[in-house]
Design a protein. Structure first.
Length: 243
């Protein structure tokens, strides 16, 4: 009866070991499937986040380029208008000079016809008229030249300002791109590190459970061997006592 009890107990322990091994394998497969599902969700989220960041950066870059193109077009149109205004004003100045010159020549003809009676007065009046016309012309010419120089200077200053603004915007865009790329790199590193830590935790948990099961199986085997030895020793003692 004791032998049958021992055999039944050993069979029960062996059956428990088989069942627990099956349960451990089932639990491992479930945890592995859960880890794969989590990795898939994380990678999908990373891809969507990367796409949205690239799209935002492209929209910002397009806005900068379109602003630069609009400013460039405005400056070209403004320079063309200034060039046209300068040409028209030069033409008007030359026309006024020719008209004044023709008027001076006509006046000289009248003065010369009148010289027979009052040569001195006519010559004096003609000289005064010529001096007045010349001074007006010189004053007008000086004004036109100063105005042209001022417009040219304004064009130079505005060109310099436009180039300076462009360089500032370019540097700002480069700084923004550098910052975004650094942020993306840090974010990818942190996500990879977190995923590695999670995977390590799963692996270490599995290793710990495996080690525990091995130690438990070894303990059960040792207990079984000790109990079998005790049972055999007790049986031999009883047998010796009976003899």
């Amino acid at each position: 009866a004791r032998k049958a009890y021992v055999e039944q107990k050993e069979a029960a322990i062996a059956l428990q070991a088989v069942v627990r091994g099956y349960q451990a394998r089932t639990q491992y497969l479930k945890e592995k499937a859960a880890a794969i599902a989590i990795q898939t969700a994380v990678r999908r989220h990373q891809a969507r986040t990367h796409y949205l960041e690239l799209k935002g950066a492209a929209i910002a870059l397009q806005a900068v380029v379109r602003g630069y193109q609009a400013r460039t077009q405005y400056l070209l149109e403004k320079r063309s208008a200034i060039t046209i205004q300068t040409t028209v004003r030069k033409y008007q100045a030359r026309k006024a000079y020719v008209e004044q010159k023709e008027a001076a020549i006509a006046l000289q003809a009248v003065v010369r016809g009148y010289q027979a009676r009052k040569q001195y007065l006519k010559e004096k009046a003609a000289a005064i008229a010529i001096q007045t016309a010349v001074r007006k012309y010189q004053a007008r010419k000086a004004y036109v030249e100063l105005k042209g120089a001022a417009i040219a200077l304004q064009a130079v200053v505005r060109g310099y300002q436009a180039r300076t603004q462009y360089l500032l915007e370019k540097r700002s865009a480069i700084t923004i791109q550098t910052t975004v790329r650094k942020y993306q790199a840090r974010k990818a590193y942190v996500e990879q590190k977190e995923a590695a830590i999670a995977l390590q935790a799963v692996v270490r948990g599995y290793q710990a459970r495996t080690q525990y099961l091995k130690e438990k199986a070894a303990a059960i085997a040792i207990q079984t061997a000790v109990r079998r030895h005790q049972a055999r020793t007790h049986y031999l003692e009883l047998k010796g006592a009976a003899i």
